[in-house]
Write a protein that binds this ligand. Structure first.
Ligand SMILES: Cc1cc2nc3c(=O)[nH]c(=O)nc-3n(C[C@H](O)[C@H](O)[C@H](O)COP(=O)(O)OP(=O)(O)OC[C@H]3O[C@@H](n4cnc5c(N)ncnc54)[C@H](O)[C@@H]3O)c2cc1C
Length: 449
């Protein structure tokens, strides 16, 4: 466990209570979880039982059946594994701030993991302000704690890479802290919500069906990782930009819900000694943690104002340029553009819950080019990404979409509409891979579902 990732969130030094409370949100796993291990250490030290609380927030931004099904599949396994370790898991539905404060009334210590988005920061601050027990937060979803890497927003991968590398001594192995079987607390003490029942009761405003392509849970994540290590990693660096090749790890949905630890993945990748390990770790560590740096330090991470000065300037200068095509959000969502590659990419996202990484760049760039303004483009891209992608609502999603508008990139040759923002076109897709084959494959997928 990296001690640098543990932060005290308030000034309260002690409180008498019946248990130690771990509010689980970003690291939804029972293994390789520093926040859980730290809570376990405290509970052993104080000889108090450990209670893990998860608050199911039906109004979570862009929540729907697809993301909740995947998440609940994962939580079901987590609950089982916690039980095996003698730890009580409690599920509550409602507003996280209210529920955590309600349960924490009887806690000696509160521990939480860390999410880097606006609402997650807001919840933590509200709780830190009002909770009456000592409150610790533990960065358990990154390899190097984000604040330790840098105290400011980084310009690009090139500026954050050396800062991460300096701190990257190893991929700390989490040796699970044994929870002493402490008696005196069972779920019967609390009114809990059953995992299977809660999905039925939730009402979503803008719903999307669950997918069969991915099943949630730590063991599913590990199985997926093992198949990547066995069959794909050696082709990763050569074929990762070919959407027709199955060369990616598919870790993003599991990482998003914290069902697998990034340190665990990095360790396994390193042990495998593949020539592509370095390329993979660049994505998993540098790119992913750059996204977290972005959302932590830039409050406008999903708005035009959050772009770098040069990108805003060039996009402003080209606001009035004639667009060859302009589509509304509804036209994008119903895959009604003139471009078969774009429509196929949107279809892949809608059907499977995960668009190939290379197509995501093309998809976002074209939304910018075919929207009436950069702001409209951002609205559309964020809406679709968060609604359909299993890994959506994630720092990587906002950083990826903003990259399509110039974030973490440099200026390129100037063109109409997109100005100096890097441009992509369909001829480029066809040069890189069999783009028509991709369209045919997604068409077949559509017909078979
Ligand atoms: C417009 C756009 C939207 C995106 N939306 C999301 C999103 O909502 N959620 C999301 O997790 N990623 C997003 N990405 C980044 C990237 O495309 C995905 O992380 C990747 O395709 C996930 O598939 P994988 O796990 O099989 O990737 P692999 O290539 O196997 O990579 C392994 C891991 O490295 C990290 N990674 C890979 N590429 C990137 C990247 N470019 N930036 C940051 N981290 C990366 C991810 O955590 C990923 O799971 C987006 C990119 C763009 C351009």
């Amino acid at each position: 466990m990296r001690r640098e990732g543990i932060h005290k969130a308030n000034n309260i030094s002690s409180k008498t209570g019946r248990f130690v409370l771990y509010w689980m949100q970003a690291s939804q796993r029972a293994v390789d979880n520093d926040a859980l291990d730290y809570a376990c250490e405290i509970s052993n030290y104080l000889s108090l039982p450990l209670l893990v609380l998860f608050v199911l927030h039906g109004e979570y931004p862009s929540a729907n059946r697809r993301s909740f099904t995947f998440m609940l599949e994962g939580l079901e396994e987590t609950e089982k594994r916690l039980k095996e370790r003698g730890i009580t898991f409690l599920l509550k539905a409602g507003n996280p701030v209210d529920k955590v404060l309600e349960i924490a009334k009887n806690a000696s210590v509160l521990v939480s993991d860390v999410g880097y988005l606006r609402h997650q920061q807001f919840w933590r601050e509200r709780i830190a302000h009002r909770v009456e027990s000592p409150f610790f937060v533990v960065e358990s979803n990154v390899i190097v704690p984000v604040g330790q890497v840098s105290r400011k927003e980084e310009f690009s991968a090139a500026t954050i890479r050396p800062k991460i590398s300096r701190l990257l001594i190893d991929y700390p192995e989490s040796r699970p802290v044994e929870s002493r079987r402490l008696k005196g607390l069972g779920v019967e003490d609390f009114e809990t919500v059953s995992l299977s029942a809660c999905l039925k009761d939730l009402k979503f405003v803008d719903d999307v069906p669950a997918v069969s392509s991915f099943k949630g849970g730590t063991s599913q994540a590990i199985e997926m990782l093992e198949s990547f290590l066995r069959d794909k990693i050696d082709i990763f660096c050569r074929e990762r930009n070919d959407p027709n090749s199955d060369a990616l790890s598919n870790m993003s949905p599991y990482l998003h819900f914290g069902q697998i630890s990034p340190s665990y993945i990095a360790r396994k990748i390193t042990e495998r000694e593949s020539p592509c390990a370095e390329a993979y770790l660049e994505e998993l560590i540098v790119r992913r943690e750059l996204s977290m740096n972005f959302t932590l330090y830039n409050p406008d991470y999903d708005r035009f104002e959050g772009l770098p000065v040069w990108a805003k300037k060039t996009l402003n200068e080209h606001r009035e340029d004639m667009r060859e095509y302009i589509y509304s959000r509804e036209q994008f969502e119903s895959r009604s553009t003139h471009d078969p590659y774009w429509n196929a990419a949107q279809n892949e996202m809608a059907l499977t819950g995960k668009m190939h990484g290379y197509m995501r760049m093309y998809w976002g760039k074209k939304i910018l080019e075919w929207s009436e303004s950069p702001e409209a483009a951002l609205d559309t891209a964020v809406y679709l990404n968060d609604k359909y992608e299993l890994d959506g609502r994630d720092p990587n999603g906002y950083a990826g979409i903003m990259w399509c508008l110039g974030k973490h990139d440099r200026a390129w040759a100037e063109r109409k509409v997109t100005g100096k923002v890097r441009y992509m076109n369909s001829a480029g897709l066809r040069r890189k891979f069999d783009a028509d084959g991709y369209v045919r494959r997604i068409d077949r997928l559509t017909q078979s579902t």
